[in-house]
Design a protein around this ligand. Structure first.
Ligand code: FMN
Length: 391
């Protein structure tokens, strides 16, 4: 299981954990894997707090940070907190972490009316007066990314990842000056080629099975295609990977490790809404759908009444990113709150980003146990292969 990537990053197992939850990041790193904190939704202050906490927990073991770095990121650029239209992965974040909020923004009347009618039909109550409604803003301005990077570079991070287009030269230089590995998520071989040309050190080939924003090519096909395209740059496989047997398959395809997101959502440490966690544990691999309904871009999530309603003939087309997130953020907040309290309409609507691997996620476990089980299963498969060769 030891690959070149393990040596490069100083890890025992090439198992990468993308999570918005610092507890998951710390747990996976402590277990010998590599935790990556999804930080685009953090304010610089919140990121500082979380990274200081992780530093304390992991005691020098390596971890990384995932940011949405706009293609026009430039550390020396003047401030302009304008949201960019991001072409790739980004998830909606809590309102208190938003840096590009647009208070009082007006949405097309038809969109607002559709949403209001939906919430009424499913009997989702208003938020109590004391709770501020989520603005659902995405922190993707060049200045916001630059501020977050400054905070991240103040900590002993070993990797910075981005899911947008190729990273700007300035970022690659800054990272390399500090010995920080630059990683990038891709959904096609062409994207991988562009990332390689920009000087990225580690490519994450993410197949359509993945939770969150995702393309249309399966992990099984994408990984060997990307490995062949960018050799000798190391590649991690992502999308649908939940077990050690799948990890063994990914390594057989030429990957040097796996990058997982969904599997951590049902761990003990994850802050996933309990009602959504319950749905995930019960879901099969057929229960996800690529939908634009949360962000405006196709993202894989649990299929629910929410995604079905947005597919219906009455539904308006989703707004472009980041407007769809802003439009739906407070509705999502109401739904999750009500579902958590047992509201039946809200429970029908509740959804969250998750990949097809959800069909293999059937119990709540500590993140450390997920890592250990993956390693054990991987070894069992490897031994099985070796035994077959000896016959
Ligand atoms: C809830 C969730 C949120 C995600 N948010 C981001 C993100 O903000 N940035 C990013 O680069 N990738 C994001 N991803 C994608 C992961 O980094 C990873 O590539 C993906 O989860 C791998 O596929 P899997 O979900 O089948 O494990 C997200 C995935 C999930 C499940």
């Amino acid at each position: 299981m030891h690959t070149e990537v393990c040596d490069r990053l100083g890890i025992e197992f090439p198992i990468f954990a993308f999570s918005h939850c610092r507890d998951v990041v710390a747990a996976v790193t402590s277990a010998g894997g590599f935790g990556v904190l999804g930080a685009t939704g953090h304010s610089p202050h919140a990121l500082e707090i979380d990274l200081a906490w992780i530093d304390e927990q992991v005691k020098g073991k390596p971890y990384g940070v995932d940011l949405l770095l706009p293609v026009n990121y430039d550390k020396t650029a003047p401030q302009h907190g304008k949201p960019v239209q991001s072409p790739a992965s980004q998830q909606p974040q809590p309102a208190d972490q938003a840096q590009t909020a647009a208070p009082g923004r007006r949405f097309p009347a038809g969109h607002q009316a559709f949403l209001d009618d939906l919430l009424t039909r499913y009997e989702v109550p208003e938020l109590p007066g004391h709770l501020p409604a989520s603005a659902g803003a995405l922190s993707v301005s060049p200045q916001a990314a630059s501020n977050l990077l400054d905070v991240a570079f103040g900590h002993p991070i070993r990797l910075v990842a981005s899911a947008l287009g190729p990273p700007p030269a300035d970022l690659v230089r800054q990272a390399h000056d500090r010995g920080v590995v630059v990683a990038a998520l891709v959904g096609t071989a062409e994207h991988a080629r562009r990332q390689q040309a920009a000087g990225v050190d580690l490519i994450v080939a993410q197949g359509t099975e993945a939770g969150g924003h995702t393309g249309q090519i399966s992990t099984m096909v994408l990984v060997p295609e990307v490995v062949r395209t960018v050799a000798p740059v190391p590649v991690l496989a992502a999308g649908g990977i939940v077990t050690g047997a799948q990890m063994a398959a990914a390594m057989a395809l030429g990957a040097q490790g796996v990058w997982c997101g969904s599997v951590w959502l049902t761990t003990e440490e994850a802050e996933t809404d309990p009602s959504v966690k319950k749905k995930m544990l019960a879901a099969s691999s057929a229960d996800t759908v690529r939908s634009r309904s949360l962000t405006g871009k196709p993202a894989r999530m649990l299929r629910s009444a929410w995604t079905d309603e947005w597919e219906s003939d009455q539904a308006p087309a989703a707004l472009p990113m980041p407007l769809q997130t802003m439009l739906t953020a407070s509705a999502q907040q109401r739904i999750n709150r009500s579902a958590g309290a047992g509201g039946s309409g809200a429970t029908e609507l509740a959804t969250y980003f998750v990949g097809q691997g959800v069909g293999l996620m059937d119990r709540i476990r500590p993140a450390r146990q997920v890592v250990e089980q993956m390693v054990a299963d991987y070894l069992a498969v490897a031994e099985n292969f070796a035994a077959q060769l000896q016959v």
